[in-house]
Design a protein around this ligand. Structure first.
Ligand code: DAH
Length: 334
């Protein structure tokens, strides 16, 4: 290999080593620049004869063209590499599944309330909404520990106050002062809503949901209570394989009073008694406070825990999941 071939080869090598266009321009200067090797060789011809100048000049020119060709190849290669890198960086995988926008839905407890309203609605119950405040002298204060707020009121600990609120309105609306209530449509109402107690564990939360029920008429018995609540539970859980137990208890507004327990006959909870609410025959004093004569009017009331119903229906074992706001949990109910 002669001196010129060696020069071309070393130019090719240093161009190949250049990894960026800037590196390549530096390398170019060493060979083709004003003070580069080719220029030096040209200058070195000054002392040669005319004949030698011709052959030497032609040889140097060939070497120069070879170096320029190598430079252009490398320029092209670097440009191609840059383009490839850019394409790779901006690559779109059109085979990836699309990202769907998250569509929200009703909260499981809202689904339960909707369901409860529909079922009781089909049994002729209207739906009442009530305020959250309970006056100072209400029995709620002695039955449950609760939150105290300023202004002589507290957040209601249960939905039972809705009984008297609704009944008084109902009686006022329909009562003919001359007939002492006769001709008045029966009171048949449910009142679902939020309630508050100082409680917090896997099965109790400081805010929870109840649904109150009240049926007052001239001839409404404890038997009707059992039928209504049993029908409701069987419809709610879509199962006839369900038995109820009315366990004697005490509430200040009913006499007699009973806790309502249910038991599934099959499935994961089979055989266990689960408390779902309280109930009883409305106390004569409450009937009187409604503005009715307890000799002529009688009925029952019940209050059920909607969070408990929701847990049982969906197999949720920790109540707190309902209030964590975790979309992974909530999206399972859509
Ligand atoms: N309010 C009661 C509670 O929260 C449940 C209850 C019991 C409601 C008896 C009633 C009833 O309407 O008659 O524990």
């Amino acid at each position: 290999m002669n001196e010129l071939d060696t020069l071309v080869e070393s130019a090719r090598q240093s161009f190949l080593q250049a990894q960026t266009p800037a590196d390549l321009e530096n390398a170019k200067a060493q060979f083709l620049g004003k003070a580069g090797r080719i220029t030096e060789l040209m200058k070195g011809m000054a002392a040669l004869s005319v004949e030698d100048k011709k052959t030497r000049g032609a040889a140097i020119n060939i070497a120069k063209q070879a170096i320029e060709a190598a430079l252009n190849d490398r320029r092209q290669a670097l440009a191609d590499a840059e383009l490839q890198a850019q394409l790779k960086a901006e690559a779109l995988d059109v085979t990836l599944p699309g990202r769907s926008a998250n569509v929200g839905g009703l909260h499981p407890i809202s689904l339960t309330l909707e369901r409860v309203e529909n079922i009781f609605g089909s049994m002729g119950f209207e739906v009442a909404q009530g305020p959250l405040n309970t006056p100072e002298d209400h029995p709620a204060r002695s039955m449950h520990d609760t939150f105290y707020v300023e202004g002589g009121h507290l957040l209601r600990t249960h939905t039972s106050p809705m009984q008297i609120r609704h009944a008084v309105q109902h009686v006022k609306r329909y009562r003919n002062p001359l007939d002492a209530g006769q001709g008045m449509p029966e009171i048949r109402v449910i009142a679902p809503g939020r309630t508050y107690r100082v409680d917090s564990d896997a099965t109790h939360s400081p805010m929870f949901h109840q649904c109150e029920g009240l049926w007052i008429g001239e001839n409404v018995s404890f038997k009707d209570l059992k039928v209504v609540v049993t029908d409701f539970c069987r419809t709610f859980f879509e199962s006839d394989d369900l038995v109820l137990r009315f366990r004697p208890s005490f509430f200040p507004f009913t006499e007699p009073s009973a806790e309502i327990d249910i038991q599934f006959q099959s499935g994961p909870l089979a055989g266990r008694w689960l408390e779902v609410g309280g109930s009883g025959q409305v106390h004569p004093n409450v009937v009187r406070n409604m503005g009715l004569d307890p000799e002529g009017f009688i009925g029952f009331a019940f209050g059920m825990g909607m969070d408990r119903f929701t847990m049982l229906r969906y197999g949720v074992n920790d109540l707190r999941l309902f209030f964590d706001g975790d979309v992974r949990f909530l999206s399972q109910f859509q």
